[in-house]
Write a protein that binds this ligand. Structure first.
Ligand code: MV4
Length: 661
């Protein structure tokens, strides 16, 4: 086995690889960009080397520099992870030439899968099923049009060197063919510098089912079941699961054997994935082969109990596969979701910023979090904005779904917009629960997936206010520069401290009135009054709102407060200057209205002697009554309002004259 390897990657996958390597007693060399100097993968490694500035082309794609570092540091092998250099045949070649083991397949296998049409040729010869179509060299438009007639409509044009759906066009009828071909070719030329096309019958509701394969240098090759990755968005996987729902053992075996045949056809070594389109009628067709460890490998690990990075290291160091095919057994069901810094409500625009608050669900045999970040890390615009992968396992799919929903609720991130709420909508969607999967799932269920947020807003506002109240009570927060108010500055009504608090939520300002009673807080919002209690326990607020007890997680970073209610996050901000600090004056001789409202009763008249604390006027605002009391013993000099009259915030209600004045 290797003593020392270099991990030519970053983020969660670099951490994932280091974890297994360390378990095997292998020392790890990390590489990093300037943006990642304090990244988790760097801290986990035994040593680390700077590659260069943040952009990938100046850092994680610097093949020569990485290879140089590997040699200088004495690393015997390089694990490329996924993305970056993982499927770069030139890099694998350079590793071979330098005598450093590339932990991946042989150069020839990477090259064989580089072109879709060449790959289809190889697979056709090996007897792997292909979607009926054309993948030949003859590319004259007239010739392709004739082939299109043979295939029939709808058909799909695919760029031979394409990827990620670029250079792909569905053609529904013959009349559209010429334009679609020209368009796809233009896109392919611009994207990949080659406009060779292939054509296939278009499957309208396929599932993406892929097989994990492994091959060693001793002539063994096995498949480790399948993953269903049908839930995608613009060719990015969002949810992956294993096994594929509804798959029979016979289907698994025939797809598995086809995948092994595919691997053997290109003399494969190490971890690979053979992707298939799985049609409604149960037939399946080779789509492409990925010559790397995939992002979604953990679901396979969860149901097989195997560590695929360990398998990679074993195979790369020349050892045989740990299991023969008949020893591979499956247990339970695993689901993975990709937690992204992105805004699902804004066309999934990548989000950047500081992870000001990060709480992950607790790991167990049911829950696994593969993450490359820690709290206060920055999600930068330079790399893929995936924050983590959340993987759950249980005895069956339905229980795994419950685990996932619970884990998603327990995942709390503030500081950047995430897709956590969207993921929950997906996982709890009746069609997902019923395993009605196909590659158009998200598009097809657009309306129900992007339903407007529920009306938990007011509850979140009240909870935020209670949180602020509670944190104010903690002595250490007195010096908090962002402290919105202090009790000592509040004005008093009914002898109780009273505060007005302005909370901003998405451009809207909400005003709450908080009145501290002996053992509760009266909260007024939108004309409604709630008697509340709350206490803080760590970062959890345990609250009683009227007759409802609840516990929620709340985070604060400067003036930003995030309330997590189930998978929803409500962000508020508050500013000291927005706060009304009306004080009932006790020295000017005048008593003013604390807010706009109506006079309910005037209990005194001019010339009357009053005692300190005696109620002078009762007014009503937002359906709550307030007693305006005498701050000291005094004589009433004048009363300016009568019952039933409206008063403005700050209006003088009563003028008093104190004894010694
Ligand atoms: C297809 C297809 C339907 N019929 N081929 C998309 C990416 C590329 N690798 C292959 N893709 C597809 N090929 C035929 N003959 C539908 C897709 C497809 C798809 C496949 C897998 C996962 C998500 C997808 C989303 C849209 C289209």
């Amino acid at each position: 086995m290797f003593r020392k390897i270099l991990i030519a990657n970053r983020g969660e996958i670099a951490c994932r690889i280091i974890e297994t390597a360390h378990k095997l007693g292998i020392r790890c060399v990390a590489v990093y960009s300037e943006a990642d100097a304090n990244a988790r993968h760097v801290n986990m490694a035994d040593e680390a080397f700077l590659l260069g500035p943040a952009p990938s082309k100046d850092s994680y794609l610097k093949a020569d520099k990485i290879l140089q570092i590997a040699k200088a540091a004495g690393a015997e092998a390089i694990h490329p992870g996924y993305g970056f250099l993982s499927e770069n045949a030139d890099f694998a070649k350079a590793c071979d030439a330098a005598g450093v083991v590339f932990i991946g397949p042989p150069v020839g296998a990477i090259e064989a899968m580089g072109s879709k049409s060449a790959a289809k040729d190889i697979m056709a010869k090996a007897g792997v099923p292909l979607v009926p179509g054309y993948h030949g060299d003859e590319q004259a438009p007239d010739f392709l049009a004739k082939e299109a007639e043979k295939i029939g409509y709808p058909l799909l044009l695919k760029a031979a060197y394409g990827g990620g759906g670029k250079g792909m066009r569905v053609v529904w009828q013959q009349s559209e063919f010429a334009d679609a071909l020209a368009g796809a070719k233009r896109e392919a030329m611009a994207g990949f510098g080659n406009d060779k096309m292939l054509m296939e019958r278009y499957l309208t509701k396929p599932r993406h089912v892929e097989i994990q394969v492994f091959a060693d240098n001793h002539g063994h090759a096995v498949y480790l079941a399948e993953r269903d990755c049908s839930i995608q968005r613009r060719h990015q996987k969002v949810i992956e699961e294993a096994p594929a729902p509804g798959f029979t053992e016979a289907q698994r075996q025939s797809m598995g054997e086809a995948a092994v045949k595919a691997a053997q056809a290109i003399d494969y070594r190490g971890a690979g994935t053979v992707e298939f389109l799985f049609d409604e009628d149960g037939s399946f067709y080779f789509m492409e082969m990925n010559t790397r460890l995939q992002v979604e490998h953990p679901v396979t690990e969860m149901i097989t109990g195997q560590d695929l990075v360990k398998w990679q290291l074993l195979v790369a160091s020349g050892q045989p596969l740990p299991l023969a095919q008949h020893e591979v057994s499956l247990h339970g069901h695993a689901i993975e979701v990709r937690v992204y810094a992105e805004d699902p409500d804004n066309d999934f625009l990548p989000a950047t910023g500081k992870l000001t608050y990060l709480r992950q669900p607790e790991a167990s045999r049911y829950v696994r979090v593969d993450s490359g970040v820690v709290e206060n890390d920055e999600i930068s615009p330079y790399y893929d904005p995936m924050i983590a992968k959340l993987i759950v396992w249980d005895e069956d799919r339905d229980r795994a779904i419950s685990r996932m929903l619970r884990a998603l609720d327990d995942y709390r991130i503030a500081g950047v917009t995430t897709n956590l709420s969207f993921l929950t909508s997906l996982v709890e969607h009746p069609a997902f629960v019923a395993a009605e999967l196909d590659t158009n799932f998200i598009e097809h269920h657009q309306e129900s997936l992007f339903a407007p947020a529920t009306k938990e807003n007011n509850q979140a506002l009240v909870l935020a206010a209670l949180y602020i109240l509670e944190t104010q009570k903690q002595p250490q927060s007195c010096s908090d520069a962002f402290s919105p108010w202090q009790f000592s500055h509040g004005w008093r009504l009914n002898e109780q401290p009273m505060q007005l608090l302005n909370l901003q939520h998405q451009e809207h300002s909400h005003q709450l009135q908080l009145q501290q009673l002996q053992d509760a807080v009266l909260v007024q919002l939108d004309g409604q009054q709630l008697r509340c209690q709350a206490r803080l326990q760590g970062d959890e607020l345990i609250a009683t709102l009227g007759e409802h007890k609840t516990r929620v997680r709340i985070s604060q970073y400067q003036d930003a407060i995030s309330v997590f209610i189930r998978h929803h996050r409500y962000d508020f901000s508050y500013q000291t200057e927005l706060l009304t600090e009306t004080e009932l004056s006790d020295d000017s001789g005048s008593l003013t209205a604390p807010m706009n409202g109506t006079i309910v009763a005037v209990l005194v008249e001019a010339g009357q002697q009053v005692k300190a604390g005696q109620t002078l006027v009762v007014m009503e605002a937002m359906k709550m009554e307030y007693s305006i009391k005498a701050p000291t013993d005094a004589t009433v000099k004048a009363v300016f309002y009568q019952a039933g009259e409206l008063v403005q915030d700050g209006a003088e209600l009563v003028e008093l004259e104190t004894e010694d004045a």
